[in-house]
Design a binder for this molecule. Sequence first.
Ligand code: DX5
Ligand code: ZN
Length: 228
Amino acid sequence: MYQIAPSLLSADFVNLERDIRMVEQAGAHMLHIDVMDGRFVPNITIGVPVVRAIKRVATTPCDVHLMIVEPEKFIDAFCNAGADILTVHVEATPHVHRALQAIRQRGVKAGLALNPHTPLSVLDELWSDVDLILIMSVNPGFGGQAFIEQTLDKLQRLRQMLESRGLADKVMVEVDGGVKLDNIDQVAAAGANVLVSGSGIFKAAHPPQMIRDMNDKLKALHPSQAVP
Ligand code: DX5
Ligand code: ZN
């Protein structure tokens, strides 16, 4: 089964609880929460207290995407706030291995995100340390950007690497940025099984119907890349 993770960055922050219930009832599988610090990326979004508040109303897992420098300093805080998946950027710290270990020690799934320019070879010494690999399909920082087409090739190569290592059923592959109804099946067929979509869902005329349409498109694909 493929999973849809609406990015709450494009939700209505005044009505966050309403929007969370709306996407969950429509069939979203997890909530993607974008944390930005104004240093790793040129934008500031939400922090620990808001993640804690989301957790109070969420009935699906909280997928927390840290776009912050030195993420290891905040791993405990975000785990305590209720992250079910906690993803750090490989470009954001010299201590990637330490950060991934710290996340797993808290019983939380450890994710590693790669910017568009970052080669898959950074994963070479980390295959056994990740539960999720997040492939950025835009430069992180903002919702509503165009999908970088080169990502499809990167996803295909990542899928092959996972299969050749016997990890296809153990590691989730998430794609984030510019995923919409018109390309979601292409992105999934290339090798992703967790599809983040922000503006594609929340800026739609009818967001619940959009989630149902996305799920229908994904169900029509061969379920060879089921989420572990
Ligand atoms: C970008 C964020 C994304 C963003 C996706 O830095 O990590 O999660 O909200 O938004 P869309 O789907 O609008 O590209
Ligand atoms: Zn994100």
